[in-house]
Design a protein around this ligand. Structure first.
Ligand code: 13P
Ligand code: SF4
Length: 304
């Protein structure tokens, strides 16, 4: 068993070199997938990395919109998504068609799209954001009216931080919706010294209980510097693998073991190998959509 696992990893690494590929993995990926990645990060870090890599092939271990963002930024590269069913349910809560209809209601509004959207939706938007830069980006926007899509909870959080009222799309992340305020209150009683760290995709009543609200990449950086030894973690449980590996002296307590993103977990060592063998499935954004979507992504990346 151990032997075949090692062989599988060796095959992946060997083929990765032959194909001149880079493996990018989101912080929610299975531990064994994170362990073979060249770069692990949040949505912002992954898109910056995709934009800068010199590899010819990107194996994207994450969900579909992330692979699309890589394809938007690097049309000349082959972007592999080892399982095409790895989609983001929140991204599917807004379609290009439904957004066009909404824009008719608010013709003057600037559309700020969370990167958790399809390329087609980005193409209809003015500027993208991730959980790492949404507050700063909205703060800097001169627009009078903002339509924020699709995450109502992230939008609500950005509104409270910036004091800017925004029109919110009623989308949400089903995984983060499983993180409940009652669970945090219970854990705080058991671990009174612990710091509460949550993702801004969480419900407002969860965010209110948090000491720090950060993107997944922000969480990984924050725990390196905090004095607190115990940390209650309110986001998808996959991140705990990385947090524990990088901070063996600290204790990480997930708010909910049920906060699992099933689509993220569709990427496995086996299908990574198959995708490198077959050079499929590939994610490629049609050029007409790509150019319009890129304008929104580029505007986000300019804000550093
Ligand atoms: P970040 O890793 O960008 O914080 O986003 C979380 C997420 O849900 C990605 O789908
Ligand atoms: Fe989408 Fe939520 Fe999964 Fe992130 S955790 S990919 S937002 S469903």
């Amino acid at each position: 068993m151990e032997n075949s696992h090692t062989q599988l990893i060796e095959k992946i690494l060997d083929l990765k070199r032959k194909r001149n590929a880079v493996i990018l993995a989101h912080n929610y990926q299975l531990g064994e997938v994170q362990d073979i990645a060249d770069f692990i990060g949040d949505s912002l870090g992954l898109s910056q990395n995709a934009a800068e890599t010199e590899a010819e092939v990107i194996v994207f271990c994450g969900v579909h919109f992330m692979a699309e963002t890589a394809s938007i930024l690097c049309p000349e590269k082959i972007v592999l998504l080892p399982d095409m069913h790895a989609g983001c349910p929140m991204a599917d809560m807004v379609t290009a068609e439904s957004l066009r209809e909404k824009k008719k209601e608010y013709p003057k509004a600037t559309v700020v799209a969370y990167v958790n959207t399809t390329a087609e939706v980005k193409a209809e938007s003015d500027i993208c954001c991730t959980s790492a830069n949404a507050v700063e980006l909205v703060q800097r926007l001169g627009a009078k009216e903002i339509l924020f899509i699709p995450d109502q909870y992230l939008g609500h959080y950005v509104s409270t931080k910036t004091g800017r009222e925004m029109i919110l799309w009623p989308g949400y992340c089903p995984t983060h919706a499983r993180i409940q305020a009652a669970d945090i209150l219970r854990l705080k009683k058991v671990h009174p010294q612990a710091e509460v760290m949550v993702h801004p995709e969480c419900r407002p009543e969860v965010i209110e209980l948090a000491d720090v609200i950060l993107s997944t990449g922000g969480m990984c950086r924050h725990v390196q510097s905090t004095e607190t030894r115990e940390i209650i973690v309110g986001t998808e449980v996959g991140i705990v693998h990385r947090l524990r590996k990088e901070n063996p002296d600290k204790i990480f307590i997930p708010v909910s073991e049920q906060a699992i993103c099933p689509r993220m977990k569709l990427i496995t060592l086996e299908n990574i190998l198959w995708s490198l063998e077959d050079m499929a499935p590939q994610v490629k954004v049609p050029e007409e959509i790509r150019l319009r979507a890129k304008a929104a992504v580029d505007k986000m990346l300019e804000v550093r």
